[in-house]
Structure formats: C-alpha cells, structure tokens
Design a protein around this ligand. Structure first.
Ligand code: NAI
Ligand code: AKG
Length: 423
C-alpha cells in the first residue's frame, strides 16, 4: 500500500466513522480492484530509445465502468495513479454518475517531448492498456498535459488494435471526432458553479465580487478564470510553472491567456501595474478572499504551509492539492475548503454527457451541455450542504459521506451485504 493512497483513505474513513457505515463496505474501497503497470518504448526523434513507466488503475466499478483521465508528468507513479483513481471513485459517486473510478499516467516530462514523440507516447499507452479499456469497462479521458489531441490519437490507435471503430472508449475527444462541445471548459466552469453554490457556507454573504488568487493556468485554470471574471470576480494573481503575475486591481484575463498562448508562460505578461515574479510558490501567500488551486497535488502539505496562507477559503480544482495532514491546521485557522471531488467534478460530468452521446449517436447542443453541468454541480453541492446541515461535518467529509452512501446503497442493492448502516 502506497503512502499517498493510505493518506487519502483517511478522509474516507473519517466520513465512514461519522456516518456509521459498516466496516466491510468501507474495506471494499480500501484497495484498488486492478492496477496494470507497463513499460512503454519511446523512439525519440534523434533515433534513441527510451523506456517509460506507465499505469492504468481501475479502482472500483460498483457504480459503472471505471472513468478517469490519463496524466503525462515526470512525477507520476503507481501510488499516485491509484490515489487519483480512488478520488475518481468518490467523485463519480458524489456527482451522481454511473461510473466507477479509474486513472492512468505516464512518467514523462511532457515539456521535453516533441509533437511526434507525444503522439508515440499516446499511442504506446493505448497499446499497453487496450486490453482493459472499453466503453463498458474502462473509459479514459484527459488529465494533466493531455487533451483533445492526445484523445484523438488514442481513439485512432484503439480502433487499429480492436479492429472496430470505438470512439466511445475515450472522452475528451475533439468535437469533430465524436467529442462534445463544452468538455474542455467543463472543469473550470464547473469549479465556478461549485464556488457560487456554496459561497455562503464559506462565509461570503451576498453576491459581491470576490478577490481570487489562482495557481495553475492550464485547461482547468484558464476556464475557471474566464468564468470568474464573467461572474464579476477579480483575479488578483495567477501562477504557472514559470512563476507568478499579479495586479492589485485585477488581471486582464483575456490578455493574460493571449500572452500565455503566444509566449508559453504567465510571466511573459506585462502592462500597467502588472508585477511578475519567478517565485510561483508564493501564490499561496497572496492576500485574497479565495485561493484556487488548479495545478498539481500536495501544494499545501502541513501546518507550516497553512501558516503562510492569507486567504479566507480555498477551492481545490486540482486533484489532492491539500494533503490530509493540513486538514486540521486549516480547520484551526478557520479556512474552509471546497474539496476536489466536488470542485473539479464538472470535467467528468461532461465526459459522462459525451459518453451518453456516444452510446445514443445523438449530438448534444451547447445549451444542453451547459444546463447539464449546472444541474449536476448544483445537485452535488446541495447534497453536500444537506449532509453538512444534518451532521455538522465539514464540507470535505460531507462530500465523502454523500459519495460513500451512494456506493454503499449500490453494494447493498446488489445483495452483497444485508444492510449498509450499522445501526
Ligand atoms: N482537465 C480536466 O478536465 C481536469 C483536471 N483536473 C485537475 O486539475 C489540475 C490541472 O489540470 P489541467 O488544467 O487539465 O492541466 P494542464 O496541464 O492543462 O495545466 C496545468 C497547469 O499547472 C501549471 N503548473 C505546473 N506546475 C506548477 C507549479 N509548480 N506552480 C504553478 N503552476 C504549475 C502548468 O504551468 C499549467 O498551467 C490537475 O490536478 C488535474 O488533475 C481535475 C479534473 C478534471
Ligand atoms: O473526464 C474524465 O473522465 C476524468 C477527468 C479526471 O481525470 C478527473 O476528474 O480528475
């Protein structure tokens, strides 16, 4: 058992204990159903050969086919893939989707790969794991450093291997290849819907604009920033892997996106009153109402990190940006957290819409996608709020509680245990 997974499970155990769920049902979720590890050969453009480590984990399929993205990053390892697949299990249940949880990854620095090399890695991943991927068993999607382009290569490779056209074996595809309009913005937009839905529980009365500091300016971060500005909030600072940019009156987000697209970094942005720094980690010290974490995991790891914070609340758009060791210090500091399994649930929700589209063959319109995202985010937020009100639990524990109760109800309905509550 990896340290990361066992740390992540403590939050599930806390919820189970508070809600008095049976041990055998929770034990079922303590360890993944299946994890495959592989070595992917990568022929570099210079002719040399590198072996890359890769994984796919199907954590739990109680609620349906396992679902979750594929990450290309140099820090990916088996423990992380399993932990992220565990989180997907909780997230899909919380979002009310007919999916279990999965995740995949390749240990590679995507910034060092040419486009051709990236294509070889994407196709190599499919060759390694095609035997478990299937529209009704395991359905991957994008995650860090993968997107529509990688999904298109993967679907193509899968078709060659399986001998049939199976676009529904992946979601997050380009619209021209069976994707759905709105999947790419869904994670960021969904995060904004979640924040608005719980803002009063975070202590922000009324509907006035909030000041926001944002870590991560990729897919999820940029779409969150756009949605935040549309809703009248002010983004006072943004960081990416190059560093940090801030403006005390608020950054011009469209201009920042343009600069990042042109130059590849937020620190290339300039203008009146704009300050830049190469110390991206300092974003967590930014004075603001809400700190939004939309980059990688483990950013706030312990009480020392919590001491540096100057925000009133945190939204976890990234997966596991706050480690369990920081939960108690955050509670003591009075900083509420909108947890990842709620805040970033919009991405997999629209992946579900894409999967439904693929099964029926009928396209969804933009407004149908937007309404589905709004409804699912609101329903999940309301379920969490109801459980918080009933139980007095914090938002994260209540989110796990809602997810666990749904998985438990399914296990119970399948007749595997007699009852799902102890009492
Ligand atoms: N793309 C999606 O649909 C979903 C993404 N997420 C999570 O959101 C997070 C971001 O994902 P994407 O936006 O898709 O990835 P991405 O690859 O598009 O963007 C990642 C961003 O993080 C930045 N970054 C990397 N290291 C950093 C550092 N040390 N400090 C500040 N910024 C740093 C990168 O520069 C980039 O701007 C990940 O944790 C991912 O698992 C969660 C649910 C769905
Ligand atoms: O869209 C999906 O299927 C998965 C998205 C994902 O990997 C995540 O929510 O972390």
């Amino acid at each position: 058992m990896g340290d990361m997974l066992s740390a992540a499970r403590t939050r599930m155990h806390r919820a189970a204990e508070n809600l008095d769920l049976t041990d055998e049902l929770v034990e079922r979720l303590d360890y993944p159903t299946e994890t495959l590890a592989a070595s992917i050969p990568l022929r570099r453009d210079d002719g040399s050969l590198t072996q890359l480590k890769a994984w796919r984990c199907r954590y739990d399929a109680t609620l349906g086919p396992t679902k979750g993205g594929i990450r290309f990053h140099e820090t990916v390892n088996q423990d992380e893939v399993q932990t992220l697949a565990f989180l997907m299990t909780m997230k899909c249940a919380l979002m009310g989707l007919p999916f279990g949880g999965g995740k995949g990854g390749v240990q590679v620095d995507s910034r060092e790969l040419s486009t051709m090399e990236t294509e070889r890695v994407a196709r190599g991943w499919v060759r390694a794991f095609a035997r478990i991927v299937s529209p009704n068993r395991d359905v991957p999607a994008p995650d860090v450093a993968t997107g529509e382009r990688e999904m298109a290569w993967m679907v193509d490779e899968y078709g060659h291997l399986s001998g049939s056209i199976e676009p529904n074996s992946f979601t997050g595809k380009p619209v021209a290849l069976g994707g759905i309009p709105g999947r790419t913005p869904a994670t960021g937009r969904g995060g904004m819907i979640a924040l608005e839905a719980v803002r009063d529980s975070l202590g922000f009365d009324g509907d006035g604009g909030l000041s926001i500091a944002l870590q991560g300016f990729g897919n999820a971060g940029t779409w969150f920033a756009k949605a935040a500005v549309e809703n009248g909030h002010t983004i006072v600072a943004v960081s990416d892997s190059s560093g940090l940019v801030r403006h005390k009156d608020g950054l011009d987000i469209d201009a920042l996106i343009e600069a990042k697209e042109k130059e590849g970094s937020v620190t290339s942005f300039s203008g009146d009153g704009v300050e830049t720094s190469d110390d991206g980690a300092a974003i967590i010290e930014q004075d603001c109402d809400v700190l939004v974490l939309a980059a990688l995991g483990g950013v706030i790891g312990d009480a020392d990190d919590v001491e540096k914070l100057a925000c009133k609340a945190i939204v976890e758009i990234a997966n596991r940006p706050i480690l369990p060791e920081a939960d108690e210090p955050l509670r003591d500091a009075g900083i509420d957290v909108v947890p990842d399994i709620l805040a970033n649930g919009g991405g997999v929700t629209i992946s579900h819409a894409e999967w439904v589209q693929g099964r029926t063959g009928l396209g969804w319109k933009d407004d149908e996608v937007a309404d589905y995202l709004e409804d699912k985010m609101q329903d999940a937020a309301q379920a969490v709020r109801d459980l918080m009100d009933q139980s007095g639990l914090d938002m994260r524990t209540a989110a796990y509680g809602v997810a666990l109760k749904r998985i438990c109800a399914a296990v119970s309905a399948a007749g595997t245990v007699e009852e799902f509550g102890k009492g």
